[in-house]
Design a protein around this ligand. Sequence first.
Ligand SMILES: C[S@@+](CC[C@H](N)C(=O)[O-])C[C@H]1O[C@@H](n2cnc3c(N)ncnc32)[C@H](O)[C@@H]1O
Length: 292
Amino acid sequence: MASANEQSVAHADRVHQRFGELWEQAAIGWTRWEPHLVGSMWPVTHALMDALHLSPGMRVLDVGSGIGDPAIPIAAAIGATGRVQGVDLSPAMVAACRDRARAYGLTNATFQVGAVEEVEFAPGSFDAAVGRFSIIFFPDVAAGLGRLRDALKPGGRIAVSTWTPPDVNPGFALPSRELRKLVELPPSDPTDPGPFRLARDGELAAALSDAGFVDVAVKDVVFYMFARDADAYWEMLQEISAMFREQYAKLSADKQRELEGLIRHAVEAHRSGNVLRLPMRARVGSGVKPQS
Ligand SMILES: C[S@@+](CC[C@H](N)C(=O)[O-])C[C@H]1O[C@@H](n2cnc3c(N)ncnc32)[C@H](O)[C@@H]1O
């Protein structure tokens, strides 16, 4: 029989493999929608950067960089004497980060393929650690945050974002809400790796405190996912949402058509003049590694 340690290693491998594959498949979509994603999510990036108290010359670790946020704006903010190290499970995402860094002429950002839990860092080598919508996919949040804490210098800061629960996050929850009208799905388990991990009130703060961070602060950040119209929203959803793609692929062709109709109709409720403006509510948590 496998020991508890062997079981947790096997679980971590399965979770890394699952999300590595899902995000790898979504990477082309993310590169296609880069201007949209960057333009929509800037309030979260801003809140994360603000919480890190960035200054020139800092060394920053970005976990789950996707196509480079917030690694790229941080690299620009900390200047040529600073260094950003990004890590992501997906080779295609890492390739996109490198392309974007090159396009912006940033020579102080490097990106590595891997699980942050497994990549080697010299202990105490970063001034700050950040993750935008990535720690929710960790196989074990306590272990992952512990690893980030160990990578930080004493006094180093962490800032991470998660989502808020579906009932207060109508724009983000819209696809799964419409899907549930068509198929019976078990209620999502808020402790499973996925979008609504750490979403319940108090969970993000507790996770940061339990991982040994002090001066923990949490705040909600509202932003809007924009779309020109229902066609654009539908196209974007299919291309960027790793979770949606996974669930959509399991439906029959009839159900897929029905779901598309429901979602196209539902997004129109968010029309604001010439644009659809879907309200998204993120949560940003921050903390400091104690001096001793
Ligand atoms: C929702 S995307 C967010 C990407 C980016 N931070 C952003 O906000 O635009 C989550 C990313 O985290 C990465 N990821 C998930 N778990 C990870 C882990 N344990 N180690 C490294 N990357 C991870 C995924 O591959 C994916 O690219």
